[in-house]
Design a protein. Structure first.
Length: 561
């Protein structure tokens, strides 16, 4: 019996007519759903210097797929219903990200759908050979805003501390307060550009790639990847120390412009050299690994399959080098008439393709057809916020434009209020009329330590209200040298008092879905602990008293439920 021999699908060839049609349908649907998200990714996120390496990630990922082509060509594609699980979960994340205003959720949603499509059409046995290439594509997405800010701050503080130690070791006098280094003759601020994040993530991605192609024991690969983290921190600290040391001789040019950029490039290349040296040293340890499990393939040359012959009976045959295809699943001889008919039907095979297209189509229709236009509620401008609240008299402060641009709020107030005894409470309120994608509230836990203040205690405080109810707020005791201060902060949102960003994201999603509103605010109160041996309890009592006075006033300026 002669069988039609079509192994194009088995070769993972996207240029087959059927595969091209199915891929085109998927692309059109995905572009309709994710176009705005990826426009933001390319035009905004990838233009930031911390993530400009991400332009290369898709090309590297495609190479990793291409590099596995021979392995994929020898493994039978068996469509799997399990691949629909990441598709469904990804679509759920799409709505969570779209309504909750978080771009990373949208990016991760698109990645999950890519995983689901590959898993669905290739089957697990084949998909696992491109699992690393698929996972690597996650490197092109920036971290979520709140996580990015937290990591940046921690790296700034670590880099500052190590940089000061190196400067002092060199023999220069240096003193650190948070991320500000005082050299006596000048001050250097370790800003985001010097945080180390710009080196940490690209170096980590590079370490993962090197480990993938490194044909050695698993523990050596893991060690290589993990070593990129301390390496990036140490080398970045060396850069900061070198800037401080050279500043005395060359002045401001060493901290900006060409030298600053060149030193960053040099540090990265130096780090790459260290990783290559580490690989050379690891080669000297233990036995040489001859077989790379990542490169192992499953390629049976002969297999049995059941086909239907022209009489209608099932026949079991052995097939060598020939596999079923979507064009001719039964491996029967095809005439030109049958070939045209079956090729058209093959577009709708496997059935998982139809289900996936329906899911994506419904999502696109809802996304384009239902109005999610945000309703921004009216509120009073903080320009009219009273500076006399009960027995508290205030003076307004203005933020520098660079902070206003960075925080990206809609309205704000900063004021220092004093009671009859001259004791101070600082009030800061930032209002966001929209928390749609790209706009989010910055938690004080992420930014206050940057000025050198350390969180000695953090937890919750309860403020009892006159009507017998109570609210819970975040409470922290911070210290800088001998100075101490107590902080209260919370997030008002549609009549709720929230205490963490995760609550804020969930309620933002829910309010966007049910009320088409995403507004929220941050309220932060700070009061000093007066005297080296001053009472923290007295400071906290002062904060609670001011909180009770300011809450009714804030209710007039922030939208209610």
């Amino acid at each position: 019996m002669a069988f039609y021999n079509d192994i194009e699908l088995n070769k993972f060839n996207l240029f087959r007519p059927v595969a091209m049609v199915q891929t085109l349908i998927y692309l059109l649907l995905l572009i309709g759903v994710y176009l705005s998200s990826y426009t933001w990714l390319i035009q905004r996120d990838w233009t930031k210097e911390d993530y400009n390496y991400a332009y290369l990630v898709p090309f590297i990922g495609l190479y990793l797929f291409w590099e596995r082509r021979e392995t994929l060509a020898r493994i039978l594609s068996i469509p799997s219903w399990l691949g629909l699980l990441p598709v469904v979960f990804g679509l759920g994340l799409f709505w969570l990200g779209e309504l909750g205003g978080e771009y990373y959720t949208l990016y991760f949603s698109s990645w999950l759908i890519m995983v689901g499509l590959l898993w669905t059409h290739l089957g697990w046995r084949k998909f696992k050979h491109v699992a690393f290439a698929t996972a690597f594509m996650l490197a092109m997405f920036p971290l979520p805003n709140f996580l990015n800010s937290k990591i940046t701050l921690k790296l700034q503080l670590i880099s500052s501390k190590l940089g000061v130690a190196m400067i002092q070791l060199y023999g220069l006098s240096a003193y650190r307060e948070g991320n500000i280094i005082d050299l006596g003759f000048t001050q250097l601020q370790v800003v985001e550009a010097c945080s180390g994040l710009r080196y940490l993530i690209p170096l980590l991605v590079l370490g993962v790639l090197m480990a993938y192609f490194y044909k050695e024991a698993l523990w050596k690969r893991i060690l290589l990847v993990i070593s990129t983290i301390p390496l990036s921190i140490i080398t970045n600290s060396i850069r900061i120390a070198a800037t401080g040391i050279l500043y005395e001789t060359f002045g401001q040019p060493v901290a900006e412009g060409f030298f600053h950029g060149f030193s960053g490039w040099f540090i990265f290349m130096f780090s790459l050299g260290v990783l290559l040296l580490e690989m050379w040293l690891l080669n000297k340890v233990g036995l040489k690994k001859e077989i790379d499990p990542i490169q192992e393939t499953e390629a049976p040359d002969v297999h049995q399959t059941t086909v239907t012959n022209p009489t209608g009976h099932d026949t079991t045959v052995e097939i060598t080098g020939e596999v079923p295809s979507y064009d001719n699943p039964g491996l029967m001889p095809l005439t030109d008439k049958h070939r045209t008919k079956k090729s058209f039907r093959a577009i709708f095979y496997p059935p998982q393709f139809i289900v996936t297209v329906l899911l994506l189509g419904v999502t696109l229709a809802l996304f384009q057809g239902i109005s999610f236009h945000e309703k921004i509620p009216p509120k009073k401008a903080f320009d009219s916020f009273p500076l006399n609240i009960g027995k508290w008299d205030g003076t307004r402060e203005l933020l520098a434009q660079k902070f206003i641009t960075e925080l990206d709020f809609s309205d704000y107030i900063v004021a220092n209020y004093r009671n009859n005894n001259g004791k101070k409470v600082n009030l800061y309120v930032a209002y966001y009329e929209s928390q749609r994608k790209g706009e989010s509230i910055h938690s004080p836990a992420s930014c206050l330590p940057g000025g050198g203040w350390e969180f000695k205690q953090s937890g919750m405080a309860t403020v009892s209200l006159p009507d017998g109810t109570a609210i819970s707020v975040n409470r922290a005791l911070m210290q800088l040298g001998d100075a101490r201060q107590v902080v209260y902060y919370w997030f008002p949102k549609n009549g709720r008092v929230l205490t963490n960003v995760y609550q804020l994201k969930l309620y933002t999603f829910w309010d966007a879905l049910t009320k088409q509103r995403t507004e929220a605010a941050l309220v932060r109160l700070i009061t000093p602990v007066y005297g080296v041996h001053g009472s923290v309890e007295e400071a906290e009592k002062r904060l609670k008293a001011f909180t009770l006075k300011v809450l009714p006033v804030l209710a007039q300026y922030l939208p209610d439920a």
